[in-house]
Design a protein. Structure first.
Length: 104
């Protein structure tokens, strides 16, 4: 169950970050409110995961790095940010780091 909470927390954090972009410096009401709601729910999921998994260093590293990798991909696809070999290689390294933390 903790892996489901972790996945939900990552998705909520990514959605909160997308709303941050859409909030345009907190000038748009709905996305601004959603930033706080989604991040609050994401952190609640993280708390539930930590209750069962225990290792904050691994849990937080997976949560933060998976969110970072997803946001980078979303930025390139949805927000038309430049796709460069360095970005692709960096995302690949983030994913390798997540796998390394989980497997070893």
């Amino acid at each position: 169950m903790q892996w489901l909470y972790l996945a939900i927390g990552i998705i909520l954090e990514v959605l909160g970050t997308i709303c941050m972009k859409k909030a345009e410096g907190f000038t748009k009401l709905v996305p601004s409110i959603l930033v706080f709601v989604l991040y609050g729910l994401a952190l609640a999921c993280l708390v539930l995961v930590l209750k069962k998994m225990g290792e904050i260093s691994v849990v937080y590293a997976i949560w933060a790095s998976a969110g970072t990798a997803l946001i980078a991909v979303i930025g390139m696809i949805w927000f038309k940010e430049p796709v460069t070999p360095v970005k692709i290689a960096s995302i690949f390294l983030i994913v390798l780091g997540i796998l390394g933390l989980e497997l070893f």
